[in-house]
Design a protein around this ligand. Sequence first.
Ligand code: CP3
Length: 353
Amino acid sequence: MRLPMPATTHRFLEACRRRPVDRLPVWMMRQAGRYQPSYRAVRADVGFLELCRSPELIARVTCAPIDEFGFDAAILFSDILVHLPAMGLDLSFEKGEKGKGDGGPRIANPVRTRADVAALRVPDPARDLPYVAAGVRAINAGLAGRVPLIGFVGGPFTVASYAVEGGSQGFTRLKTMLYADPDGAHALFEKLTQAAIVQIEAQIAAGCHAAQVFESWLGELDREDLERFSFPYLVRIAEAIRRTGVPSIFFGTGLSGHLERIAQLGFDVVSVDWRIPIDEARRRAPGVAIQGNLDSTVLLGPPAAGVRKALAICEAAGPAPGYVFNLGHGIQVGTPPENVKAVVDAVQAFRWK
Ligand code: CP3
């Protein structure tokens, strides 16, 4: 059976390839999540990892924001850490009552020594993560070709930060490892790179139409360490995605100072946060499409504030092909859904005069 697939000319995929579109495509990182009453209702009965392991629930929460807000792309509901148990790490998500870092990941046996790195197994997606591919197929059935589906993996540095620190505990242990045991750090990044590649290949084979690499915390490193400990691995992940033929998207924060260099890693699209004006980003990286730029915090204010900033970004991004509207980081818990709706509607109604 052949499922309906969005035309490869869907405006989101066209914008990723820097081709002209009828209007700007818009989606938002964390568009499925706790700001939505429908998501909270699903989570009332199941734990987060349980949700990530149920193809039926994955499809339900992935499709909900498409139905509710009309985004131009769906993103697979999963997490950048779902494969860590298969690698040998004891991952859990804390209940959300802990104040600031609520709902955060915890790893009971973090990676601290060379022996810990050596013991990590590269997962086999077909055996260890069958629910992800099954989820992709269920999502595409639910989307029925309305919008493309984005698959994703975590970047090696960002996944390593959780694996080594044992949770959202900062970056000191991982960064210390870079200097105290560079070979051990390379061995860890090598395994996480292999894990990322097999996972993204499996997601694309199952039916994802684009692939995003979440390297959220890479802005922690200086240029020398980026060149040494990150970029060579990211180049390999970008190459693996390129071989499949789907557009590749890089995401990071705090990296504006390295934009030109990141645009050379081989990704089709580079995401930017709100710390750089969008016109400057487009000028400095003309060879790639640009995604992002709206500070998600503005969505906590009155809807008119978000709409005003969103339209200013659309205007400043300019009419040249190759811009995908998005936030600079994920939608925050507590965001009023009507603010999301107002921004999506405004971006979709925007036209260049
Ligand atoms: O809608 C989407 O964007 C798709 C789903 C998605 C999730 N996590 C669901 C999730 C995606 C793409 C991710 C990626 C992810 N996971 C990143 C990179 C993106 C970023 O935000 O920087 C990171 C760093 C993680 C690791 C992670 N997962 C953390 C630190 C936490 C806890 C903090 C938080 O935001 O809740 C999670 C849990 C998580 N992942 C939730 C969701 C919806 C909340 C879990 C819940 O329902 O309680």
